[in-house]
Design a protein around this ligand. Structure first.
Ligand SMILES: [Fe+2]
Ligand SMILES: [Fe+2]
Length: 282
């Protein structure tokens, strides 16, 4: 019998799938974040990764459904799957509208990720795939946390876009321990998730940068100024991603659990905005 980590997930954190639609088609034709091409491209580049990525996460967790005895964890897996399925749908819509408006090919933008995934599905064991998902889910969890902790990151963004990113960040927080708890319940080892995290960090960063370069390829000003200003926006004194190093590194600790970072307080105000109960149950 493997040790369960489910007990370390706070009982009052419900995974609530909110069937939201966002009206963003026209906004995506503009530099919707502060009229700033870098900021806009940063978020757009992440969005491009989600439909494929989240399908992979769903599949890798579902592959172990038959091995989960705990009905509470089963219930949480269903919540996780439902949330990620709506995220996929909304980001697919986002990406299609974005590529239409910008005259870029979505197929081209997704090509590298889709090749990497085909390789992963073919060459990696289900346990390795799940371990990759656990690592990715930690990255999304700490990015979500930064969204609320460092509100400057979305200051000046179009309100509907801000709502979309807040909604996604809230739900990533609610389900942040699901893949992890499944991984532990089916015997996943600490060393394996450490290796996955090292690989996944490089993978994620590379894909975001590549997509940003594709989205910014027609930018006419100085690229040096664009990227150095962008780095300041991300990692500067009031940077959107400041303070991420410690929670990132915590993942490598032997007894780490995603809810060691208890940010329930932080997301509660956003939860009021989106409702703690499903708006339209999926
Ligand atoms: Fe998601
Ligand atoms: Fe997620």
């Amino acid at each position: 019998m493997h040790n369960s980590t489910l007990s370390r997930t706070p009982e009052n954190v419900e995974i609530v799938p909110r069937n939201r639609h966002f009206n963003i088609d026209e906004t995506l034709a503009t530099n919707w974040h502060s009229d700033d091409p870098f900021r806009t491209a940063f978020f757009d580049a992440m969005s491009i990764l989600f439909p494929l990525g989240e399908q992979f996460f769903i599949d890798s967790v579902k592959a172990f459904r038959g091995q989960i005895d705990d009905p509470e964890l089963q219930r949480r897996v269903r919540g996780f799957t439902a949330q990620e399925a709506v995220h996929r749908r909304e980001h697919q819509h986002y990406n299609e509208a974005l590529c239409r408006a910008r005259g870029v090919s979505l197929e081209l933008m997704e090509r590298a990720v889709s090749r990497r995934q085909a390789f992963a599905r073919r060459a990696l064991s289900p346990m390795q795939q799940l371990s990759g998902t656990v690592a990715f889910e930690h990255l999304t969890a700490i990015l979500a946390d930064a969204t609320f902790r460092n509100p400057e990151g979305l200051e000046g963004a179009h309100p509907e876009m801000k709502a979309l990113w807040h909604w996604h960040a809230l739900e990533e927080t609610e389900h942040k321990s699901v893949a992890f708890d499944v991984f532990v319940a089916v015997g996943g080892k600490t060393w394996r998730r450490r290796v996955s995290m090292a690989l996944v960090t490089v993978e994620f960063t590379t894909h975001v940068i590549r997509n940003m370069r594709l989205l910014l390829r027609d930018y006419e000003g100085s690229r040096l100024a664009l990227w150095s200003g962008g780095m300041k926006f991300l990692f500067g004194e009031r940077g959107a991603l400041r303070g991420l190093m410690r929670p990132y590194l915590d993942f490598y600790k032997k007894d780490f659990h995603p809810w060691d970072h208890d940010n329930r307080e932080l997301v509660s105000s956003v939860m009021d905005e989106f409702g703690g109960a499903a708006v339209n149950p999926v």
